[in-house]
Write a protein that binds this ligand. Structure first.
Ligand SMILES: *[C@@H]1O[C@H](CO)[C@@H](O)[C@H](O)[C@H]1NC(C)=O
Ligand SMILES: *[C@@H]1O[C@H](CO)[C@@H](O)[C@H](O)[C@H]1NC(C)=O
Ligand SMILES: *[C@@H]1O[C@H](CO)[C@@H](O)[C@H](O)[C@H]1NC(C)=O
Ligand SMILES: *[C@@H]1O[C@H](CO)[C@@H](O)[C@H](O)[C@H]1NC(C)=O
Ligand SMILES: *[C@@H]1O[C@H](CO)[C@@H](O)[C@H](O)[C@H]1NC(C)=O
Ligand SMILES: CC(=O)N[C@H]1CO[C@H](CO)[C@@H](O)[C@@H]1O
Length: 331
């Protein structure tokens, strides 16, 4: 063998190792300034839990008060059959904001609608021209249809009124899943507009083809808090895959950037939460850099909504899932 051949072979081995052991090294800290930049959007995600009327007149409590520049445009949903949503303008952040409510435990119907699911093709009406191999959680898709048209027209109105060219979609839990579906859908109808999506405790929404599409076309960040197990359900064994963009909050409250799909490093959700017994549902609502999600933070909601923790909803969801599908393997 010539020196050249040997070098080449060593090169190949090196390359193979580099490919085989990819991600652990590339996990990097999220800088304090970057963490701080999430905060207004964390307040916006929490705001989506509040009653539309109180979002529209900015009396929803601390989460509304935190974003002083916010100008509401429209809001809707009943929190039972249709998750709350709102659209508004933030001139200081120079973006239109679209917020989606997560699973509110005080509303039993959305809980049950989360329980029995499968992967299905996206509806051509809202996702024109997308490859039919792209599939998502049927219940997320069904929730998305209910508000897609209203939110699209409110977003158009907000863009016109503000003359802005950026839309940021936010949500927590189920709300993060809806924000992600909305971002994929709205891009088809609003060419020339820049979209950003920020999810908190985002569950897996679709299959590998969906994750690939999101990775190529959506500017997504999803923040996972400590041992919250929602980001690792539904399981990969049922064909669900997380898109890229994970930011994982560590036990010491530092944030790490976890590249790739379902990064298995122990500092990222998949590696950190290998099974339900290793997960902690109390982490689902946060705090995300001090911001707590869920209806409990809203002013003037019903007594039930204000006292039950949003995490209970996910717990019931998991119980319902387990009853339907047998014991759940996360990986
Ligand atoms: C905001 O709207 C709610 C619901 O309609 C109403 O009860 C409340 O008085 C309003 N608050 C303000 C400050 O206008
Ligand atoms: C797609 O959504 C539209 C509007 O909601 C609905 O009428 C239609 O039945 C849906 N198509 C499929 C294939 O589910
Ligand atoms: C859809 O995706 C599949 C799998 O990635 C691919 O084989 C197929 O060519 C795609 N179809 C279209 C119309 O792009
Ligand atoms: C709106 O924005 C465009 C470019 O983004 C600019 O050319 C135009 O002057 C703006 N119009 C108003 C009324 O601000
Ligand atoms: C679960 O998380 C909560 C809130 O972060 C914490 O107080 C509790 O000690 C955790 N439980 C376990 C078993 O780690
Ligand atoms: C929107 C709304 O009803 N706001 C009220 C919430 O409750 C406080 C006191 O409990 C009132 O001061 C607000 O006007």
């Amino acid at each position: 063998m010539t020196f050249c051949t040997i070098s080449f072979l060593f090169g190949l081995v090196g390359l193979t190792i580099a490919i085989a052991i990819p991600r652990a090294d590339s996990i990097t800290p999220v800088l304090a300034s970057q963490v701080a930049a999430f905060k207004p959007f964390s307040y916006y995600a929490a705001t989506a839990y509040c009653q539309p009327a109180t979002v529209l007149n900015k009396s929803c409590g601390g989460n509304c008060d935190a974003n002083t520049a916010f100008q509401p445009i429209a809001a809707g949903g009943d929190g039972v059959r249709v998750q709350f949503w709102y659209v508004g303008i933030d001139p200081s952040l120079k973006t239109v904001i679209v917020g989606h409510q997560g699973t509110d435990p005080s509303k039993i119907v959305p809980l049950l609608t989360d329980a029995d699911f499968f992967l299905k093709t996206l509806n051509e009406t809202f996702f024109p021209g997308l490859n039919s191999s792209i599939k998502v959680h049927n219940k997320f898709a069904d929730q998305h249809w209910k508000t897609a048209n209203q939110i699209l027209s409110a977003t158009r109105a907000a863009l016109q009124k503000s003359n802005l060219t950026q839309v940021t979609l936010v949500g927590h839990s189920l709300g993060a899943a809806l924000a992600l579906l909305d971002s994929v859908s709205m891009q088809q109808f609003l060419p020339g507009i820049q979209f950003k999506t920020i999810g908190y405790g985002l569950p897996r929404v679709g299959n590998q083809a969906f994750a690939d599409y999101v990775d190529a076309n959506v500017q997504l960040n999803h923040v996972n808090n400590k041992k919250d197990f929602v980001p690792v359900i539904p399981p990969r064994t049922l064909g669900f895959v997380q898109p890229q963009g994970e930011k994982h909050i560590q036990d010491d409250l530092s944030w790490l950037d976890c590249p790739g799909n379902d990064n298995p490093d122990p500092r990222c959700s998949v590696g950190d939460v290998k099974s339900f017994s290793k997960g902690n549902l109390s982490d689902h609502d946060g705090p995300y850099d001090g911001v707590e999600m869920g209806g409990a933070t809203c002013k003037n909601v019903t007594a039930a909504a204000s006292t039950i923790h949003a995490g209970c909803g996910v717990f019931l969801l998991v119980i319902a899932f387990s009853l339907l599908h047998g014991p759940l393997q996360v990986l």
